[in-house]
Write a protein that binds this ligand. Structure first.
Ligand SMILES: [Zn+2]
Ligand SMILES: [Zn+2]
Length: 277
């Protein structure tokens, strides 16, 4: 089994270990390919993203490590970009400027028009407060805005990898909507069709599951099957923020992909390629 992970964080953003510790752990766990994907800088005060003043240090450290460990593991430089309409920078332009080797793009902050709804993180109350404050508690409107923003990201940016595309369900926990509500299913299917149309790779993110924040992957198993049916390409991401997380649930996810009807999984060795599951 080929092992890889292109979605990881470090002390340059909200991770707990240095880039070098993450790379060393990748080697220990037998990964062939490992990508650094710091949360991109965003133009407002925050404690999760790479700071603008640290961009050059981040980039040169990834290059130093790439050379230092080249006979043990193949390392790649990337970022996980936040797509926030009217706020985030031009992702393709930045990726080119920073010489990134692939792009992950995700939605963590939903632009309501009068404030940003934070759907990620460990606190349910920030989800609940944002829903009330920015959408008057209208969950359908809020979730629709999330998926519209995701669709816009897919068609405008066409990133290599779409990060945890149904994360908006994480703090819901069946409280505001059910994941089989027809209006919700319609939104998800539309986004899956959008991924197919734009030929992007959908990550299957294991983090929610190993952190105990979710009882399924992002996206959940129902959608993993739908991705297989519609022929959307997938990769496995651990979204590791600590050294012991670099391959967490990778093997389990590999097997679950097969069970869900996938025949192959995509990996990057300088180019995107598929390998049989
Ligand atoms: Zn993310
Ligand atoms: Zn991440």
């Amino acid at each position: 089994m080929l092992k890889f992970n292109y979605h990881s964080h470090s002390t340059y953003c909200d991770g707990k270990n240095s880039l070098e510790e993450m790379a060393q752990s990748g080697i220990e766990k037998g990964l062939s390919y490992f990508g650094f994907s710091a949360h991109s800088p965003v133009p407002f005060d925050n404690d999760f993203g790479l700071q603008y003043s640290e961009i050059q240090n981040y980039l040169s450290e990834t290059i130093r490590l790439k050379v230092k460990y080249e006979d043990k593991i193949k390392l790649f430089t990337s970022m996980e970009f936040d797509y926030i309409p009217k706020i985030s920078e031009d992702i393709l332009e930045r990726a080119k400027e920073y010489n990134l080797e692939y792009i992950i793009s995700s939605v963590h902050l939903v632009n309501s028009g009068n404030g940003l709804w934070f759907i990620d993180g460990s606190k349910q109350e920030s989800y609940d407060n944002g829903l009330r404050e920015y959408f008057g508690g209208d969950i359908r409107k809020a979730v629709k805005t999330f998926y519209n923003q995701t669709n816009e990201m897919i068609s405008n940016v066409k990133p290599d990898i779409i990060g945890h595309f149904d994360k908006v369900k994480m703090h819901n926990k069946d409280r505001y909507f059910k994941e089989n509500d027809p209006w919700y299913v319609d939104l998800v299917i539309q986004t899956i069709e959008m991924m197919k149309e734009n030929d992007v790779i959908c990550e299957i993110n294991t983090r929610g599951l190993y952190k105990g924040r979710s009882n399924d992957y992002f996206p959940q198993t129902t959608w993993i099957k739908e991705l297989a049916k519609r022929g959307v390409r997938v990769t496995i991401s651990t979204d590791s923020h600590k050294e012991d997380e670099v391959d967490k649930l990778f093997v389990e996810c590999w097997n679950d992909l097969k069970v869900c009807g996938h025949k192959e999984v995509w990996y990057f060795d300088g180019q995107w390629k598929s390998t049989a599951l």
